[in-house]
Design a protein around this ligand. Structure first.
Ligand code: BES
Ligand code: ZN
Length: 461
C-alpha cells in the first residue's frame, strides 16, 4: 500500500500536531460553569485560529451562551460533495480533582495514552478532523470535498442553542453527509461505525413536605417524610423484571429485529470481563436482553443524584423538609423526550403520597438516533478505517447521547456517520480521561482517507 503525500505529511508533523492538541487541552472550556465562560470562549478563538492557519475560512458565531466555531473550505467545486464535520470544544467539569493522577488540564502522556479532560470527549477527536484536513491541504493543495467544520461549545450541557442555530443557518450548513468522531471503538485495534445512539430525557424531581426541617422525634410519625416519599416514588419506576413501570413508556419503543440482535450477539463481548471492569457482584438489567442490548437498544431509567436531610458527620435527628432526585432516561427510537416527560408527570401524580407536593423540572433532552447499517456511506467508512487500522470496522450501538445527531438528519436532510477513536474505559466525564496515542496518528490517517473516499463520490446513496 503506497503511502500518500498526505499520510507522509501527517507522519512528519505528528509531534507538532500533538503539541497543538496539548495547547487545546490546556484550556479549561467547561461549559457548565459560568466561571469558565472566558476559557470556553478562549477555546473557541483558539480553534478558529488553528483552522485559519491551515487554510479554512473560519469565524466565531454567537449563540445566547457559548459560541459556535465554523470552518469552511469550499474549493472542491459544486460537483463535489460537501462534508460537515461536527464536534464539541467544551468539556465536562473535572471533579473530583483529587482522583486525577495528573491535573485534568495538564495533558500527560503515560503508557501510550494522552491523559487530560477532553482528550477523548471531544477536543482530541475533533482535532483529528482538523489535522486530517491540514494534511490533505498541505500535501495536495486542496481537499477532495467541500468541508464545513462546526464545533459547538454546549454539547456537555445538552446543546440548548444548537437546534435553533442549525435551523437558522441551514442553507449555509447544507451538506451531503455529516461526520462525527465523539465516540469509541469497540475494542483496541477494532474500529467501529455506530448504528445507534440513545436519546435522553433528564429531570429534577423535588418532593416538598413540611414548611421547614423538623425534629424527627417530636414530629416523626405524624408528618410525611419527603426522603421516604421520594424513595417510594423512585421505587415505582421499575418492576421486578427490570422494566420501566411507567404506563405507556414502551409504546414508542421500536423492535430492532432479529438481524440487529444477531449482529450484536456476534460481537466479541465478555460479560464476566465487563462485570469485573465495573466492579459489581453481578450484572443486572431488563430480563430477556444481553448486556450490549441493554446498553444500546433498550431504554433505561437512572437516578443520577439524590439529596435530602442531614448528610454530614455523625447523626442528626431531623425530618427533612425537602428531598431531590436527578433522574434521567436513556431513550431508543422512536421515543421522544417530550412524551416521556408527560408520562413521567402523569405517573408521579398517581404514585406520590398525597401529603407531599412534587415538582418536576425538565433539565434537558435529546432524540435517539438509528443510522444506516449498510450502503455506500458505510462502505466508504469501512475502506477508510481499513486503510488506517488494517481491518474493517464492526458496526456497534452506543448507549450515550449526542443530542444534535437526529436533528442534523431532520434539518439538513443528510445522513450522519459516527466513527470514534477513543477506547472503552476512556473515562469520559470521569477522572483520568484518556485517548490512545496510537489512534491520534491512525485517526488522522483514517479521516483523511475518509474525505478521499467521500470525494470519489462512491458513497451517494
Ligand atoms: N461523547 C459523548 C457521548 C458518548 C459517550 C458517545 C460515550 C460514545 C460513548 C457526549 O459528549 C456526551 O457525553 N453526551 C452526553 C449528552 C448530554 C449531556 C445531553 C451524554 O450522553 O450524557
Ligand atoms: Zn461528553
Amino acid at each position: 500500500m503506497d503511502v500518500t503525500p498526505a499520510e507522509q505529511f501527517t507522519a512528519a508533523n505528528l509531534d507538532r500536531f500533538l503539541a497543538e492538541l496539548f495547547d487545546f487541552l490546556r484550556i479549561p472550556s467547561i461549559s457548565a460553569k459560568s466561571e469558565h465562560n472566558g476559557d470556553t470562549r478562549h477555546a473557541a478563538g483558539w480553534l478558529r485560529d488553528r483552522m485559519r492557519d491551515i487554510g479554512l475560512e473560519s469565524e466565531i458565531l454567537e449563540t445566547p451562551r457559548h459560541p459556535v466555531v465554523l470552518g469552511e473550505w469550499r474549493g472542491a467545486g459544486a460537483d463535489a460533495p460537501t462534508v460537515l464535520v461536527y464536534g464539541h470544544y467544551d468539556v465536562q467539569p473535572a471533579e473530583p480533582l483529587e482522583l486525577w493522577t495528573a491535573p485534568a488540564f495538564e495533558p500527560d502522556v503515560r503508557d501510550g495514552r494522552i491523559y487530560a479532560r477532553g482528550s477523548a470527549d471531544d477536543k482530541g477527536q475533533l482535532f483529528l478532523h482538523v489535522k486530517a484536513a491540514e494534511s490533505l491541504l498541505a500535501a495536495d493543495g486542496r481537499l477532495p470535498v467541500n468541508l464545513i467544520v462546526l464545533a459547538e461549545g454546549e454539547e456537555e450541557i445538552g446543546s440548548p442553542n444548537l437546534i435553533p442555530f442549525v435551523e437558522a443557518h441551514a442553507e449555509r450548513l447544507a451538506c451531503d453527509v455529516v461526520v462525527i468522531s465523539d465516540s469509541a471503538m469497540f475494542a483496541p485495534g477494532l474500529p467501529s461505525v455506530l448504528f445507534s445512539l440513545r436519546g435522553l430525557a433528564y429531570f429534577e424531581i423535588t418532593v416538598h413536605g413540611p414548611a421547614s426541617d423538623l425534629h424527627s422525634g417530636s414530629y416523626g410519625g405524624g408528618v410525611v417524610n419527603p426522603a421516604m416519599a421520594l424513595a417510594r416514588i423512585l421505587g415505582t419506576l421499575h418492576d421486578d423484571s427490570g422494566r420501566i413501570a411507567i404506563p405507556g413508556f414502551y409504546d414508542d419503543v421500536v423492535d430492532w429485529g432479529d438481524e440487529t440482535r444477531a449482529e450484536i450477539r456476534a460481537l466479541p463481548f465478555d460479560d464476566e470481563e465487563f462485570r469485573e471492569g465495573v466492579g459489581v457482584a453481578a450484572l443486572s438489567g431488563e430480563a430477556g436482553y444481553s448486556t450490549l442490548e441493554r446498553l444500546w437498544i433498550r431504554p433505561t431509567c437512572e437516578v443520577n443524584g439524590l439529596l435530602s436531610g442531614y448528610t454530614g458527620e455523625g447523626a442528626k435527628t431531623v425530618l427533612p423538609a425537602h428531598s431531590m432526585a436527578k433522574v434521567s432516561f436513556r431513550l431508543v427510537p422512536d421515543q421522544d423526550p417530550a412524551r416521556v416527560a408527560e408520562l413521567l408527570r402523569a405517573h408521579i401524580a398517581r404514585v406520590a403520597p398525597p401529603e407531599t407536593r412534587v415538582e418536576i423540572e425538565e433539565l434537558h433532552g435529546g432524540m435517539p438516533w438509528r443510522g444506516q447499517v449498510s450502503g455506500g456511506l458505510i462502505d466508504a467508512a469501512s475502506r477508510a478505517l481499513a486503510r488506517s487500522f488494517g481491518r474493517r470496522p464492526v458496526l456497534t450501538g452506543e448507549g450515550g447521547s449526542i443530542p444534535i445527531v437526529g436533528e442534523f438528519e431532520r434539518i439538513l436532510e443528510a445522513p450522519v456517520l459516527l466513527l470514534g477513536f477513543a477506547l472503552p474505559g476512556a473515562n469520559m466525564h470521569a477522572p483520568d480521561e484518556w485517548f490512545p496515542l496510537e489512534n491520534f496518528d491512525k485517526g488522522i490517517v483514517a479521516l483523511a482517507a475518509l474525505l478521499e473516499e467521500l470525494g470519489s463520490g462512491a458513497f451517494a446513496a
